[in-house]
Design a binder for this molecule. Structure first.
Ligand code: NAI
Length: 303
C-alpha cells in the first residue's frame, strides 16, 4: 500500500496558513490534487481575505503540483458543501479530507462570553461535521476515503482559558470514534492528529529551547500518511510535534468489582476509591500541555 497520493484528490481546510499550508504543500508533493480552503480571517475568526488560499495555490503550482482555491467558511453546512463541490467540479473526485481550520477565543471560563464559546465550537466541531457530512457519501459510495480531524492537547489534557477550544477539540475525538466504526466497512478511515507547531496561533507560547524544532512541516508527514492508502488504522489519535510522533490513547484502570447482586453503598465506593482511581498499572498519556514534546526532545538529547 503506497504512501503516494498520485491520482488522489484532497481537501485541506484552513490551508492558507500555518499547519494547513504545510499539510497542503506536502499532500501536493506526494501527488495529490489539493483544494486549498481558507477564508483568510484573523486568528479570532474575524474578517476574510482570499489572498491566503491564493498564495498557497500559487506555491503548490510553482512547485509543479495541482491545486484549486476555495474561500468558503467551514462554519455553515453550505460552506462545507461548497468546499466538497470545488473538489468534485475542479478535479472530479474526492479521496482525502483534512479538517484543519480553526480559531481561538481564549478567556477564563468565568469571563468568557457564551458567544465566544459557541463560535469556537462552530468553527472546529461543527465545521468539521459540515465538511465531513458533505464528503462522507462520496467516500462511502466509492468505498475509499481518508479523513483527518485536528484535535489538541488542550482538549485531551485541558488548558487554562480554553474551555471553548478544549470542548471542541475533544468533541472531535468523540465524532471520530463514532465515524471510525461507521466508515470501516467501506474503507473510509478517520483519524486525529494532535499537533504542536509554531504558527500565529501559538505565537509566544512555545518555549525558546524547542522553537527551532516546531515548524509545521514537522507535523505534516503524519497527516500525509493518515491521508494515504498506507494508512491502515482508524479511530486513533497521533501526536506530532517537533519531529516527535506518538499515539495518544485513553485507558481505564483495572478498578474494582463489587457483587452487583447485593446493594452497593457509597461507603463501599469510598473505601475502595484508591483502587478505582490509582494509576499503578498504567502510564498517563501526556504530562500536560507541551510535556511530551520536552520529554522526547530531552531523551534524544536535543534540548
Ligand atoms: P493558523 O491560525 O495559522 O491557521 C488556521 C487557518 O484556518 C487560518 O489560515 C484561518 O484563516 C483558517 N480558518 C479559520 N476559520 C476558518 C473557517 N471558518 N473556514 C475556513 N478557514 C478558516 O493556526 P494553526 O496553528 O495552523 O492551526 C491549525 C489547526 O491546528 C487548528 O485546528 C488548531 O486548533 C490546531 N492546533 C494547532 C496547534 C499548534 O501548535 N499550532 C496545537 C493544537 C491544535
Amino acid at each position: 500500500m503506497t504512501t503516494r497520493l498520485d491520482g488522489r484528490v484532497a481537501i485541506v481546510t484552513g490551508a492558507g496558513a500555518g499547519l494547513g499550508r504545510a499539510h497542503a504543500l506536502l499532500l501536493a508533493q506526494q501527488g495529490a490534487k489539493v483544494v486549498v480552503n481558507d477564508l483568510g480571517g484573523a486568528v479570532n475568526g474575524v474578517g476574510g481575505d482570499q489572498a491566503a488560499a491564493d498564495r498557497v495555490v500559487a506555491e503548490i503550482k510553482a512547485a509543479g503540483g495541482e491545486a484549486a482555491p476555495n474561500y468558503d467558511s467551514v462554519e455553515t453546512p453550505e460552506g462545507g458543501a461548497g468546499i466538497v463541490e470545488t473538489a468534485l467540479k475542479r478535479f472530479g473526485r474526492l479521496d482525502v479530507l483534512i479538517n484543519n481550520a480553526g480559531i481561538l477565543r481564549d478567556k477564563s471560563f468565568a469571563k468568557m462570553e457564551l458567544a465566544d464559546f459557541e463560535k469556537v465550537l462552530k468553527v472546529h466541531l461543527f465545521g468539521t461535521a459540515y465538511c465531513t457530512k458533505a464528503a462522507w457519501p462520496v467516500m462511502v459510495e466509492q468505498k475509499y476515503g481518508r479523513v483527518v480531524v485536528t484535535t489538541s492537547v488542550a482538549g485531551t489534557s485541558g488548558n487554562f482559558g480554553q474551555a471553548n477550544y478544549a470542548a471542541a477539540k475533544l468533541g472531535l475525538v468523540g465524532f471520530m470514534n463514532a465515524l471510525a466504526i461507521e466508515g470501516q466497512k467501506n474503507n473510509v478511515l478517520i483519524n486525529a492528529v494532535s499537533p504542536g507547531a509554531n504558527t500565529r496561533m501559538t505565537e509566544g507560547l512555545v518555549g525558546d529551547a524547542i522553537t527551532a524544532f516546531m515548524g509545521p512541516e514537522n507535523v505534516s508527514p503524519a497527516v500525509a500518511w493518515l491521508a494515504s492508502e498506507a494508512c491502515n488504522v482508524t479511530g486513533t489519535i497521533i501526536t506530532a510535534a517537533a519531529g516527535g510522533f506518538g499515539r495518544l490513547h485513553y485507558f481505564e484502570t483495572a478498578g474494582v468489582q463489587f457483587d452487583p447482586r447485593q446493594p452497593i453503598t457509597v461507603d463501599m465506593f469510598a473505601e475502595r476509591f484508591a483502587d478505582i482511581y490509582g494509576l499503578d498499572t498504567v502510564v498517563p498519556s501526556t504530562a500536560g500541555p507541551a510535556g511530551y514534546i520536552d520529554q522526547r526532545l530531552k531523551s534524544a538529547s536535543l534540548i
